[in-house]
Write a protein that binds this ligand. Sequence first.
Ligand code: DOR
Ligand code: ZN
Ligand code: ZN
Length: 425
Amino acid sequence: HLDASGQLVFPGFIDPHVHSRDPGATHKETFHHSTLGALCGGTTTVLEMPNAVPAVTDVATFERRRAEHGEKAWVDFGLWGMALGPANLNEIIGLHRAGAVAVKFFWGYALDRRTKGLVYDFSAAPPDSLLLPPENGEVLEMFREVASYGGVLAAHCEDRHILARSAELLGHPISTYDDLLAARPAAAEATSIAVGAQFARLTGCRFHVVHMASAEGTRVVREARAAGVPITAETCPHYLTLTDRDAARLGPAIKVYPPVRTGADQEALWAAIGDGVISSIGSDHAPHLVEEKMLGFGQAPAGGLGVETLAPLMVDAMVRGRLSPVRLAQVLSSSTAALYGLWPRKGAVRPGADADLTLVDPSGGHSISHDRMHALNPVTAWDGWTLRGRVTTAVLGGEVAMRDGEPVGGRRGRFVAADHARSRG
Ligand code: DOR
Ligand code: ZN
Ligand code: ZN
């Protein structure tokens, strides 16, 4: 029995940006923990990023991941593929046919050939074990390939040459948050976005910018869209709720790539949500060990928790008037579903949808604390925050699956294949 009196009923929220570390780094997080966190936070579908170890660079790995995750999923899930450039150009159409929601290209990162894991900081690594990110000519080739089958190419946008030179110019190791911002300037993001926009215009390939963090990047996307380029963008709650001024208080808990920037950047992102330049919000859930996150701004790995706080933080923003309920439904569900080929099954409350719902009490409240999180390493940037509005209930496939932050019944998550042809038709 479901009583929704006084509540807002949303199409089930989708988190399109989750790194569950499973397999490969299950001491940091597992698919069990991340999907349980998703459910308890009011998210009914997650799209799992391809950079577990081994990374999802071919169809065989995709199928294995699909089977393994199917056993652990508390919510429905889709899978990303990874695009490496020439090294797996002939695999990406297969990933698309297998139902990958999109392929992601990590502009500034290398791949370890041995482990098939992503290497974030490869300045010190032995070059012969690394597959470096492709040159721009090879990136253009990737755009052509993805365009040929009508898929979506998404990218982590930070130009690696700008990152390398900026770190060099800094002249000393990163020790403060200002150092970190100097080593990863907004120009690195905006440059990659601008190159991607050019390639999208040339090839007609749909290009999606994940976790956009800067006003500069936002401006490039807005101009390209105005010129008719098929480019879309995502941002994340940390860019919308934190700024560099929180770094002193939070320490390396705030460290994420691309970095959280200034209040002016944050305002530009909110404006872009308002005018449609940003059409999807994901958490970039990217857990690490608690001890690792205390290593300092230079040494701590980048990434933090997000999947369980995505909906509560965005609901709070809605109650405070930052975005309307309809806009919230779009950026957390219907636009995201359309973008990743999950339409019409997800993101719609209508015939053909599969009855995933998220219920919100706008007059309720919610407080975030480490000890109530379901993550394996529960350290969150929002510990101690008191939010307005409350996600009360999640319905998965027509059945109540979560009430008041705890699961109801067993796990019932299922794999969802993207179908881009149907989505666009
Ligand atoms: O901060 C980040 N962490 N940014 C990324 O792009 C990757 C992620 C991770 O997987 O740790
Ligand atoms: Zn990324
Ligand atoms: Zn990410």
